[in-house]
Design a binder for this molecule. Structure first.
Ligand code: TYM
Length: 337
């Protein structure tokens, strides 16, 4: 069976970008008989960006409830919290000892932080923690710990998967035989149609830009958010360019082919922005209405979510514990005899 694995950082409230870019395709794939799925809450990664304990904790609950509400079957998939898998931070250390510092210097997230500091005339390393620098190594540990074949992610994460591949290769080269590599080289999987969803301001929808549309708003709030999507100043009746429109881009992510063609035509015919947004609300709401109810219900029962995560951790550790033993053995860490 093919192993598919992906994670979400537990900061903030899940948004349409996470849903379209990660959760929806992941859950769909997990229903196929020839895959074995691993989904997890990356709460160690959250500490890199967020030093508000209540926020990290709350977000963990919200994201867990989100996956379950959207139809993830925790019996079929393995659904867990990163911090419950004690083998991950250990592998993180082992990988950090085979990973070249130069590789990490090229990581986008780190480079962006350095560039921002420099642009502001600050010290290049200001507020850059070892956690941020090490981010791709921890992520590689998440992936390699379960010998994942496929990692479905948004485009922003491709570089991290490639780095995980590099680390796996390096580890195998140093510590395993060619015939029996210990770590599987992972592949990223990006859905080209909906790779990066735009946010309210037209930039990538992202917690860090504050431009998101959260997944489980009330209907009223969802409509309000959709109405806030930035549009250019074209009057009703003027032809609009769908390929330069966040409204159309989000439409496409929720519509079938026929609906997409219809909206493309409506844009050419100069549909008013108010109308287009009204239709977008209906479309998105139709997909999210039922999961929203399940979500609200689950959020009232945190102990049930906790039980599911514990079950997931037990399942996951059946794999991570023996693999870590092999890794320890390979690097020379085993009992004296
Ligand atoms: P995170 O939490 O930033 O995002 C989770 C997933 O959602 C995707 N995504 C988007 N997709 C489309 N449009 C958007 N606007 C959008 N915003 C976010 C992201 O690409 C990602 O797939 N480092 C990861 C979490 C992680 C992980 C892992 C993922 C930790 N360990 C191991 C895979 C495997 C992250 O911060 O994702």
């Amino acid at each position: 069976k093919k192993r598919v694995l992906t994670g979400i950082t537990t900061t903030g409230t899940p948004h349409l970008g996470n849903y379209v870019g990660a959760i929806r395709p992941a859950i769909a794939a997990s229903r196929s008989d020839d895959t074995e799925s691993f989904f997890f809450l990356a709460n160690f990664h959250a500490l890199i960006k967020c030093q508000d304990p209540k926020a990290v904790h709350q977000s963990t609950k919200e994201i867990a409830a989100t996956w379950l509400a959207l139809g993830l079957d925790p019996e079929q998939a393995t659904f867990y919290r990163q911090s419950d898998i004690h083998e991950i931070p250990e592998l993180n250390w082992v990988l950090s000892c085979v990973c070249a510092k130069g590789l990490m210097n090229r990581a986008h997230a780190y480079k962006a932080a350095v560039d921002a500091n420099v642009a502001e005339g600050e010290d290049a390393d200001k507020a850059i923690t070892m956690g941020l620098f090490n981010y791709p190594v921890l992520m590689a540990a998440d992936i390699l710990m379960f010998n994942a074949d496929q990692v479905p992610v948004g485009k922003d994460q491709i570089q991290h998967i490639e780095m995980a591949r590099d680390m796996a290769q390096r580890f195998n080269h140093l510590f395993a035989s060619k015939k029996q590599p210990l770590l599987t080289l992972p592949n990223y999987q990006v859905d080209e149609h909906v790779a990066v969803l735009q946010g309210l301001d037209g930039r990538k929808m992202s917690k860090s830009y504050g431009n998101t549309i959260p997944l489980f708003l009330t209907e009223k709030q969802l409509r309000k958010h959709i109405n806030k999507i930035k549009t250019n100043l074209l009057e009703p009746g003027e032809a609009k360019d769908p390929d330069d429109s966040t409204v159309f881009q989000i439409w496409q992510a929720f519509a079938n082919e026929e609906q997409t063609a219809e909206m493309r035509q409506a844009f050419a015919d100069g549909i008013g922005w108010g109308d287009a947004k009204g239709k977008l609300f209906e479309l998105v709401n139709a997909e999210l209405a039922e999961p929203r109810e399940r979500y609200n219900d689950l959020m009232e029962r945190p102990q049930d979510i906790e039980d599911i995560l514990q079950m997931g951790a037990a399942k996951a550790r059946k794999i991570s514990q023996p693999l870590l033993q092999q890794i320890r053995q390979a690097v020379g860490i085993y009992p004296l005899s």
